[in-house]
Design a protein around this ligand. Structure first.
Ligand SMILES: O=C(O)COP(=O)(O)O
Ligand SMILES: [Mg+2]
Length: 219
């Protein structure tokens, strides 16, 4: 193996899959049904990354809604499932990176804040399920990113030490979780980073294209 980390934890939305248009459509169908104005995708992108409760809470607050997250989660989840595969696509370089790492013997997992039941259907539709050995979603464990728990769960599942593992993500949640776990971090520039300076996040690399990931060397 030439890649310096035998276990890689990939974030999903904004890192491997460009899913913002579908998430925005799910939010907009929800807002529409509640009588609130639809929002541009650019606005919704800033609400992605901390899980679907934060997504809905952000949308309802932005709309000045009297509806609550607890009441309206089932509505959002219905639309989320309906919209999951409308426009989703892999980022350029994703398959190249996964192929090269797999050929090198690297074990790969998914560590996402997306609800777990939507993760595998999305991976299946993108044709990349076979690369991953272990999936943790935003509702799999009691804590989600930026907590360290989902990362440490995957590390333990594979019997690895944190020092042997790399988190690859796009957002503050990924950076926060990696730092909390004491894990090295790579960030991509093509995702949904909210109010967050990728260059100042303590990443070992910030990539324009995932295809360059397999050439990463350790700091
Ligand atoms: O669902 C979210 O909030 C974001 O999902 P991610 O962790 O794959 O970026
Ligand atoms: Mg992400």
């Amino acid at each position: 193996m030439s890649f310096p980390y035998p276990l890689v934890l990939f974030d999903l939305d904004g890192t491997l899959v460009d899913s913002a248009a579908d998430i925005a459509e799910a939010v907009n169908r929800t807002l529409d049904e509640l009588g609130h104005p639809r929002q541009p995708e650019a606005t919704v992108r800033a609400w992605i990354g901390l899980g679907t409760r934060v997504l809905l809470d952000s949308a309802l607050r932005h709309a000045g809604s009297r509806h609550t997250v607890d009441e309206e989660m089932p509505r959002l989840m219905r639309h989320y499932g309906d919209c999951l595969l409308l426009n989703a696509r892999l980022y350029r370089g994703t398959v190249d990176a996964l192929d090269a790492l797999a050929a090198d013997g690297v074990t790969m997992t998914i560590c996402t804040n997306k609800p777990e039941r939507y993760v595998r259907p999305l991976l299946d539709a993108m044709g990349i399920t076979r690369y991953f050995d272990g999936i943790v979603g935003g509702d799999t464990l009691p804590e989600r990113k930026p907590h360290a728990m989902p990362l440490l769960h995957l590390v333990a599942m594979h019997g690895r030490q944190v020092e042997e593992c790399l988190m690859v993500g796009d957002s503050e949640a990924d950076a926060g979780a990696a730092h909390a776990a004491g894990m090295d971090l790579v960030l991509v520039r093509h995702g949904y980073p909210r109010d967050f300076d990728l260059e100042q996040a303590g990443a070992v690399a910030v990539l324009d294209d995932l295809a360059t990931l397999p050439a990463l060397s350790r700091p």
